[in-house]
Ligand binder design. Structure first.
Ligand code: IPE
Ligand code: IPE
Ligand code: MG
Length: 257
């Protein structure tokens, strides 16, 4: 069987000028979060090792950053590595841990030029030093930027985040900083990785899976979900446009009428 598939999507072409006309700019979600899934299957279908899918996926991240910047999305959260992804073969994990540095070595200058602020959420303490160094450097160099907030979820797990928050809160109650009666949802949120930003308005998951996989469990309480069979390395601005257009038809009630 011969498999004929284009190796790359349109990521080398300029972003279509008409894109901003096909979306209602006033109704663009403030915070878009993406579960970038399907890199392994993308590679498999081409007879390539899984890491080739991750590498291509990394290129798509920058492509989507450019589009998000153009559409004036305020926050883009990208699920890059879950607390469960350590279960993968060591060689794959090692590669995934090298990706942040590869991405930032290649694209940090462009991110700076675009006024993007880089942030990372997750259990960072156990990441390899080279990974941590790269992300800390990017955060430091972009800390005063006021454009798109590009937020990588790296060794992120929603349950881990909640348990960590509870522990910190218990400490604060014990040392008298917080009174039990004062614990509210708003206060609890202050202990989450995401304390500085709003909840995701739209969560996109690629690759046909319809699950949350431990992503932003607390924050997704009222998020809109959009699923596509497109594998992450094949994701383009057209796919994002479809998601945004669908989002724009939805009526968010937040429990009201
Ligand atoms: C997403 O692609 C990237 C990460 C989870 C790190 P996968 O590697 O999960 O690709 P599939 O799901 O096996 O195709
Ligand atoms: C979710 O994808 C995690 C990331 C995209 C980083 P997985 O591929 O790990 O999710 P499952 O295992 O299919 O639920
Ligand atoms: Mg997967």
């Amino acid at each position: 069987m011969s498999i004929r598939m284009p190796f790359f999507n349109n990521r080398h072409e300029p972003i279509k000028e008409t894109l901003t006309e096909e979306i209602v700019l006033e109704k663009v979600p403030e915070h878009v979060a993406i579960i970038m899934d399907g890199n392994g299957r993308w590679a498999n279908r081409r007879g390539l090792p899984r890491i080739a899918g991750h590498k291509e996926g990394m290129e798509v991240v920058q492509r989507i950053v450019r589009v998000a910047d153009k559409l004036k999305i305020k926050i883009l959260t990208m699920y890059a590595f879950s607390t469960e992804n350590w279960k993968r073969p060591k060689a794959e994990v090692d590669y995934l841990m090298r990706l942040p540095k590869m991405f930032l070595d290649k694209y940090l200058p462009e991110l700076i030029e675009k006024n993007v602020k880089v942030n990372v959420i997750g259990e960072l303490s156990v990441l390899p030093p080279h990974t941590l160094q790269a992300v800390h450097q990017a955060m430091e160099k972009t800390k005063d930027n006021t454009g798109l907030l590009l937020n990588f979820a790296l060794n992120y797990g929603g349950r881990n985040e909640i348990v960590k928050a509870v522990k910190q809160m218990v400490d604060d109650v014990a040392n008298g900083k917080v009174a039990k009666e004062d614990i509210t949802e708003e206060l609890f949120e202050q202990y989450l990785y995401t304390h500085n930003f709003c909840d995701p308005d739209l969560i996109i998951r690629t690759s046909g899976e319809k699950r949350i996989s431990n992503f932003l469990l607390w924050q997704s309480a009222y998020s809109e979900f959009w699923f596509t069979d497109v594998l992450w390395p094949d994701f383009t601005e057209e796919t994002l446009k479809e998601a945004l257009q669908d989002y724009q038809t939805r009526i968010r009630r937040f429990g009201g009428v």
